[in-house]
Write a protein that binds this ligand. Structure first.
Ligand SMILES: Cc1ncc(COP(=O)(O)O)c(C=O)c1O
Length: 407
């Protein structure tokens, strides 16, 4: 049923990849060779507009000059020390990132899942040492349809059967409530609750924006009950929604930010937990760590990311083009082609009429027209181009979507 027939060279790469890699992904049949800005070129020279941006890891575009230059300069100096020694980019990185977040301290890791794990450990330790929860009793409230990563503990509190099945036994200590339901959250918080862990906008679930007032309500409730509010801004943060953090749309400052993806500028994996001293100060040497976390190359790139975010230009561009994106997508709602559009800034989940195809089929048809997107569940596709995309390119991408939908 696919409209895409991979040409020979492409098929050779795909066959070789299928033969020697675990089949834990089902990529679109495109083999990328080079990329620049919002565009990727495949092994046969075809160009594609990247409307996924590495799930927001590429907010600043492919091959961003400032980030590549920062990485190259650092490559020539020192790349890895491990945390056994100090290095001269570390303090600057932690200081600048903490300042961007308005917090005291940073605990750097590499991938998003590691940062979420770090936040879970932070909350538990804080619960025992600061809040006074009896040993082994700490609980964390999370939302249904969450996506926080793929480790055994994280999939333990997933509600996605595909992500969980066959990976038990599961880590206990998590309570799951419906996303966006403040009353359910209130009912789930007990004296043993140490944290509420939420995505301010649920990305993998289909770019679900919670009802107005929800995040502010979570903030108020957690403050009242002496519970940490942990915002997983790995996908929603760092400019994607038109603000540095998606929580800002409700004027909310969580206790703990969990950051990843774009923090590494699409160059290296960089993640971090950022919080005040009364929270992150619970760690002592030897209690947590990572060989690569906070390495010089990661710090150099992430420092440049922080400097770029400080200017506000990416947030501004995401706000302006995001308004345009949502206005255009909004016109498709009610045409019989699209049932709903959600999102903020340069981030949209588009529910397509299932009669027109699955999300996968729509993605393949878009690919055939030179646009790369990713389906989520059912007939929903996700649009999240690099924040450096031009209005002309965005409009061209939207033209292709309209053509695929017959709109
Ligand atoms: C909100 C959120 N948290 C955590 C993760 C996990 O990040 P990583 O794939 O780097 O482990 C993701 C990845 O998609 C995410 O979207």
């Amino acid at each position: 049923m696919t409209s895409v027939t991979p040409a020979h060279a492409t098929q050779d790469f795909i066959t070789a990849s299928d033969a020697h890699s675990a089949h834990n992904y089902h990529p679109l049949p495109v083999v990328v060779a080079t990329a620049e800005g919002a565009w990727m070129t495949d092994v046969e020279g075809r160009r594609y507009l990247d409307m996924l941006a590495g799930y927001s890891a590429l907010n600043f575009g492919h091959g961003n000059r400032r980030l590549i230059d920062a990485a190259k300069a650092q490559l020539e100096r020192v790349t890895l020390t491990s945390r056994a020694f100090h290095h001269d980019r570390f303090a600057e990185f932690c200081t600048q990132l903490a300042e961007l977040c308005g917090k005291d301290m940073v605990l750097p890791m590499n991938t998003g899942a590691e940062a979420v794990e770090t936040a879970v450990k932070t909350a538990r330790k804080w619960g025992y040492r600061v809040k006074g929860v009896p040993d082994g009793r700490a609980r964390i409230v999370v939302a249904s349809d969450n996506f926080h990563g793929r480790t055994t503990t994280i999939v333990s509190f997933s509600t996605d059967p595909e992500a969980r099945a066959d990976f038990g036994p599961y880590t206990p200590g998590f309570d799951i409530v419906p996303y966006g339901d403040l009353d359910a959250l209130r009912a789930a918080v007990t004296d043993e609750t140490v944290a509420v862990l939420l995505e301010p906008i649920q990305g993998e679930a289909g770019v679900l924006v919670p009802p107005p007032g929800y995040l502010a309500g979570v903030r108020e409730l957690t403050r009242e009950r002496g519970v940490l509010f942990i915002a997983d801004e790995i996908q929603s943060g760092l400019g994607r929604t038109g603000r540095t953090f998606a929580c800002e749309h409700e004027g909310v400052v969580p206790d703990v930010y969990v950051l990843g993806k774009a923090l590494g500028g699409g160059v290296v994996p960089v993640s971090a937990v950022v919080a005040d001293r009364d929270v992150l100060g619970v760690f002592r040497p030897g209690e947590h760590g990572s060989t690569f976390g906070g390495n010089p190359l990661a710090c150099a790139v992430a420092l440049e990311v922080v400097a770029m975010l400080r200017s506000g230009e990416f947030q501004q561009h995401a706000t302006e083009l995001g308004e345009h994106l949502h206005a255009e997508l909004g016109l498709l709602v009610g045409t019989g082609k699209v049932s709903a559009v959600r999102g903020r800034g340069l981030w949209a989940g588009v529910d397509i009429d299932p009669a027109l195809g699955t999300g996968r089929e729509i993605s393949e048809k878009l690919m055939a027209r030179g646009v790369l997107v990713k389906d989520t569940h059912g007939s929903t596709i996700r649009i999240a181009p690099p924040l450096v995309i031009s209005k002309e390119d965005l409009d061209w991408g939207l033209d292709q979507l309209r053509a695929v939908l017959g709109a």
